[in-house]
Design a protein around this ligand. Structure first.
Ligand code: SF4
Length: 321
């Protein structure tokens, strides 16, 4: 009887264990299922992110084209609207406000324009035995390689350095970063290392991107002021970062600041005068070749009127130089 009882106990114990194993297996299989579903969703999300990134890259490298003018590009105008446009560069002499050189491109920004138009100006100046001491430009023209190239040719470039909004905000919030070139890392004011992540190109300039780990940022007392990203802070360092910092200090000198202020009055007067004569959107022709000819007419007419006025001939046009 006792043996039968112990056999029964052992049987019950074993069946209880089997039940527990079955329960765990069932739970495991439902977890596995859940995991597979999450993996699938994650893959879908990754594919969407890749698709969006490719789209952005294509949009950045291949700007929008227009059916009626394949050379024009979509550019942003004052007031924030976009339109089919060309980009005209003008170099004017500081005292006489005479146009020395100009060029027409379909680049949506000016970051690659300083060197070509300045070299053209140097050539014209050389032919006419004119000495050019300085070339002025706003921060849209700030391109380390081109400024260095022009300074090697003996042209002193006074070009504004763009302000980095994020950097200013960081300083305001008491967050600072230092780039350690030797080890290729960025260190934040909390002593944490932001490791190199990738390199991206923007407006023809390479930027290294460094990322902090989420673990470091989560327990940081400055997190709320530093980043809103749930993946931790990332920082961009341009390839010309060191040069730009030195150049920024040079441009902060009072004489250079004064020249940059003066530049506005010189060049905007030329553009303002032409727009005053011809209207805000003066282009009547399409495609690069014809647009270049049309712009040449505007520039040459401006110079002729300007010279006539300087020499005291003819009737001065209203609202002009
Ligand atoms: S949030 Fe991250 S990157 Fe920013 S200061 Fe703190 S640790 Fe450094």
């Amino acid at each position: 009887m006792r043996k039968a009882q112990s056999n029964l106990d052992a049987y019950l114990k074993e069946s209880e264990q089997i039940d527990r194993i079955e329960d765990v297996e069932e739970e495991n299989s439902s977890l596995r299922e859940e995991l597979e579903q999450t993996k699938g969703k994650l893959q879908e999300l990754h594919a969407k992110v890749r698709e969006a990134e490719t789209k952005v890259e294509i949009e950045e490298t291949e700007p929008q084209r227009f059916v009626n003018d394949s050379d024009a590009r979509c550019m942003k105008h004052k007031g924030g609207h976009f339109d089919a446009s060309y980009n005209t560069q003008v170099v004017a002499e500081k005292d006489l406000h005479v146009i020395m050189a100009y060029s027409v491109t379909n680049d949506a920004n000016d970051v690659q324009q300083l060197a070509p138009v300045s070299k053209k100006t140097l050539e014209i100046a050389k032919k006419n035995n004119i000495k050019i001491a300085k070339q002025l430009g706003d921060s849209g023209y700030c391109n380390a390689k081109q400024i260095q190239e022009l300074e090697k040719l003996g042209l002193d470039c006074v070009v504004g350095v763009p302000k980095v909004f994020q950097k200013e905000q960081d300083i305001e919030n008491g967050v600072t970063f230092e780039y350690d070139k030797e080890n290729n890392v960025v260190r934040c004011c909390q002593g944490k290392c932001l490791e190199y992540f990738t390199t991206k190109q923007r407006r023809g300039i390479n930027y290294k991107i460094f990322k902090a780990t989420n673990k470091d940022c989560t327990c940081c007392p400055l997190r709320d002021k530093c980043t809103k990203s749930k993946y931790g802070r990332s920082v961009m360092v341009s390839e010309d970062h060191e040069w730009k910092e030195n150049y920024r200090i040079r441009m902060e000198q009072p004489e250079n600041k004064r020249l940059l202020r003066e530049r506005f009055g010189i060049i905007e007067n030329v553009f303002g005068t032409i727009k005053c004569w011809a209207g805000k959107c003066p282009l009547l022709l399409t495609t690069m070749e014809k647009v270049c000819s049309e712009i040449a007419l505007y520039m040459n007419t401006y110079n002729l009127v300007r010279l006539a006025n300087l020499c005291g001939y003819g009737r001065k046009l209203p609202n002009t130089i």
